[in-house]
Unconditional design. Sequence first.
Length: 665
Amino acid sequence: MKLLKSKKKKEVKEQIKEPVKKDEISGLIDATPIDAIYPFIYKENKDCVEMGGNYIRVIAFTSYPNEQKGNWLSDLKRMKGNITISQYIEPTDASIMLEHYNSSFKNKEAELLKTHDPQYKIKLKKEMKSAAYQLEEALNNKSGFVYIYTYILIQAQEQEELKLLEEKIQRILMKLHIKGIVPYYQMNNAYWSALPLKQNLLKEYTYQMSNTTAASSFFPFDDSEICDLSPKSQIEGINKKTNSLVAINYLDDKKTLNQNMFVIGTSGVGKTTYLKRKIINLIAQGKKIYIIDPENEYTDIVNYFGGTVIHLSSVSETIINPFEIYSDELSDDEIIKNINKENRIKNLIKQKCQRLKGFFKVIKSDMSQVEASIIESLVLKLYVKLEKCKDLKNITHEDFPILEDLYKSCEALKIEDTEKFSLIRDFYYILESYVYGSNSLFNGYTNIDLSSEIVSFDLSALQTEKDVQGACYLNIFSYLWDDITKVKSQSSELKNDYAAYMFIDEFHFLLKNQESCDFFFQAYKRFRKYKAGAIAATQQINDVLKANYSDGDLGTAVVENSFTKVFFGIDNKGVDDLIEKLKLNFSKPEISLLRAKRQGEALMIYGTKRVFMKIELTKEELRLCNPKRYTEKYEEDAKIQPDYEKELYISPLEIEEVNNYDGRE
């Protein structure tokens, strides 16, 4: 009885000591994210790993290219898809490497003596050359030796997608002369080796002996790259160090401060070819293009693409009326002076008169302020009929005054106010030559259609007509500025796609006249707000940098205001002037490149980035840019366009890629 009671007491005590625990946590934690992250399946197959509903495959590098160029894998890094690149580098004993290359050289040398196969002999000589180079590097202590291992892990949700991704990668590796294999039946070890866990489990598959110089070429030195690939990008050339494309999206104002470019290079280094290639690419993108062509080098290309070529000379029937107003866009200065704009046309006339002052100063370089004031008053009276007009679109070419009207006004002043006429007498007689004499290319109503997307101004005939060169330059730039600024009056949709480019070859010719140079520079600074860019080129950099006028070093200012600069080969004096006047710091390799004057090679400076670039023309670009060289290289008539469809082979896989392309970047 006592035993029973004590047992009951014991049970009661145990119940008091160990109360029933309630599960208060269960249900409060959402385990869904954990389940999503943690793979519900891990299955190793012969050629892939299945994990978490995905298929994973690893490609191991088994051989590497013989040359070194830097950032080999940049193409893989830019590919779409789930791609991970893993590399291991381990130090090795230099004595082992020396013995290896020494034995290799001796063995190849012995094989060379035995064989009579020409192809095998060439292969052995290349391998001996490589071994000798490695031996020399090691003996001179120029570099150490390492083992390098590389894995590429790819992942996709479907096996077919995984297969397509692998084929794309293999094509890139083939182009780089790299051999990549899938380690069948070792996929588990390959998978763990490709993860950033420092577990290199497949050394026997992937080891490659290398010196540190060659191994460093795989490091991603992307600072040397200028490669912004997008549908709006322009391909400039090929990076000499990395062999990747040099591409710039000039319309991305977050990266590109302005679209202005300055191109420098002596004769024969490829400057004009580069400009022609750039024009062709812009035509393909549907951009508006203007060309100032002092030596008639672009007429063939412009005609080929259906553009308009305007041949200007004193005997030309082509006229661009300097008095005509082509745009209803007021400059910033004019807007400030006319805040209360009751009559926009009246303000546009005042703006035009200010620009005409520069034109008249070109005609008479020693024009005094009094002369300019009298002539301005005469010009304003010529526009009286237009002041009542409310819309520039309602005004025709024939409604504007011409030089002959100004000449007649001066003639009338001879009778009405002899004192005033005496002050402008010299201008009156000079103007007679521009109206009735040999310099009459400015007198008359505008008689050309400039609506073409490609317009070239051929000024070659003016090179012997020094008297009208400056006035012609200024008149052209005044028209172009008006035409480019029209973008502000266009619809929002057109503005987004709009981009205009003005090419000025042999820029040093422009600098011979202060007024035309100053007007160009003011427009040059403002192009950015109109989504326009000026590409100025010269082979006489010394003439550009020494162009000093009362307003400052205009030539230097134009170069400095170009966000992008392209330097082809130039002479030693030119290099020294760039360093001294532009304060540009060039490295020794850069100076060496500039002085070497290699055809088709240039140093590009894009903002703060720099790249050594080579220009390689496609077959069609060569046919259009250099017909003579095309005929020599391909032994075909440059006048006949090849049937590229027959020459182009597209694999079924590439056709499928094109058909499945959704247009997204």
